[in-house]
Write a protein that binds this ligand. Structure first.
Ligand code: IMP
Length: 202
């Protein structure tokens, strides 16, 4: 059994990771922190967050711990990959989902359906103490709709149509989203790292 700290103050994310981790891991929360997020790639921001949380955790527990941090967002082809790492603050710092979605639709107003391709991206950084063991990147490909569909999920999900299921990420059940999502796939890639490199811990 490995104790693995999750660098998030978000209880929803923590619950998702816990449910997916299975018996070999105990996923623990970290004290919420304000960390700088100044990178221009998901990798840079995931590493920045991981180091920021790890520093506080090592100081608190007096030992090097296993810890992971994720960074995610949506990249829209017709916008040259925007909003990308700025997805949470696309319409400004503190913007809510409605404001971000409104801006996205506005920017895509003249873009035809065939050119509204996009992908969600997630990068998870895994550290032990201050040592980087890996970064794990995964993507989910979709298309931005003109009108919202579904009430589940969060963020851009009501507009994110996932062609292979012919539904938006807001229409599918949470387990199905986790199976196909950028975050679910990146998390499973990180778990695979443990099976490949530290099987005796599981
Ligand atoms: P963070 O990884 O928590 O910083 O999230 C970045 C932002 O990307 C979120 O605030 C959402 O706007 C967007 N985002 C990331 N993952 C998802 C998702 O699964 N659904 C909808 N929006 C997402």
């Amino acid at each position: 059994m490995t104790v693995l700290y999750c660098a998030t103050g978000n209880p929803g994310k923590l619950r998702e990771f816990r449910e997916a981790a299975g018996d070999g891991f105990e996923i623990l929360p970290c004290d919420s922190r304000d960390c700088p997020e100044t990178g221009d790639t998901f990798e840079a921001n995931a590493l920045q967050k991981a180091h920021c949380y790890a520093q506080a955790l090592t100081a608190k527990t007096g030992a090097e711990q296993w810890l992971f941090a994720d960074d995610s967002g949506i990249a829209v082809d017709a916008l040259g990959g925007a909003p990308g790492v700025y997805s949470a603050r696309f319409a400004g710092v503190g913007a809510d989902d409605a404001a971000n979605n409104a801006l996205l639709l506005d920017r895509l107003a003249n873009v035809p359906a065939a050119e509204r391709t996009a992908r969600y991206v997630c990068v998870i950084a895994l550290l032990r103490g201050n040592t980087v063991l890996g970064t794990f990147r995964a993507e989910a490909e979709g298309v931005i709709l003109h009108h919202p569909r579904g009430t589940g999920g969060f963020g851009y999900d009501p507009y994110f149509h996932f062609p292979s299921l012919d539904q938006t990420f807001a229409e599918i059940p949470a387990e199905l989203k986790w199976r196909h999502s950028h975050r679910g796939k990146a998390f499973r890639a990180m778990l695979d790292w443990f099976w490949n490199h530290e099987p005796s811990r599981l």
